[in-house]
Design a binder for this molecule. Structure first.
Ligand code: FES
Length: 204
């Protein structure tokens, strides 16, 4: 058994204890493992298996099914939607612009692990297409030129927190609709926000 540090272990045990069946916690526990190791590792999969009573192969089966569990994502995961609405409104051109600016092809990560680029299915922002996300923070109405400016900003300033509202204001176009009051918190890692995990109170 390879226990995690006490704080993480306590959080993991609390999570597993929330469910009638510990194996039901495999999803959030995989996020903890990613957060701890900077991505999904064999050790993380083994620890989740120990915590849930599943076999490592079963845990790996879950992890490999969902695209959000990644082995070694860069600091900034840029997900460009190329589903139908975005496709019709230039999503492919946005993806090409991101690939050109970062030097990273879709599905790849650069050597520095600064950027991971991926093309994804619908982000639920079709009305504001084309859309992309940075560490799962959404920006709508993005042009290829704005996407490249966004990538340059990330490379030059390396913000610790990514906030959708801030990105939308500077790099986005027309959003699908008014999403309501802005949020002060944002993503701090390429791991989907999950309870207090992945968020911080201050952003760029
Ligand atoms: S098709 Fe791109 S957000 Fe729905």
């Amino acid at each position: 058994m390879t226990a995690w540090p006490p704080e993480l272990e306590g959080r993991a045990q609390a999570l597993a204890g929330r469910y009638p069946e510990r194996r039901s916690a495999v999803g959030p526990l995989l996020y903890l493992a990613m957060k701890h190791d900077g991505g999904l590792t064999a050790a993380g999969v083994r620890r989740v298996a120990e915590l849930t009573g599943l076999t490592p192969a079963q845990v790996q089966g879950v992890a490999s099914f969902y695209t959000m569990y990644q082995e070694a994502p860069g600091r900034y995961l840029i997900s460009v939607c190329t589903s139908i609405s975005c496709h019709l409104l230039g999503g492919e051109a946005v993806l090409a612009a991101v690939e050109e600016e970062t030097g990273v092809a879709g599905g790849e990560t650069d050597g520095e692990r600064l950027f991971t680029v991926e093309h994804v299915e619908c982000l639920g922002a079709c009305g504001g297409a084309p859309a992309l996300q940075v560490n799962y923070e959404t920006v709508e109405g993005v042009t290829p030129e704005a996407a490249q400016r966004l990538c340059r900003r990330l490379r030059e300033q390396r913000p610790a927190v990514i906030r959708s509202d801030a990105l939308q204001e500077e790099f986005g176009g027309r959003p699908a609709f008014d999403w309501g009051p802005g949020e002060a918190a944002g993503a701090v890692a390429p791991v989907p926000a999950f309870e207090p995990y992945g968020t911080a109170e201050a952003g760029p």
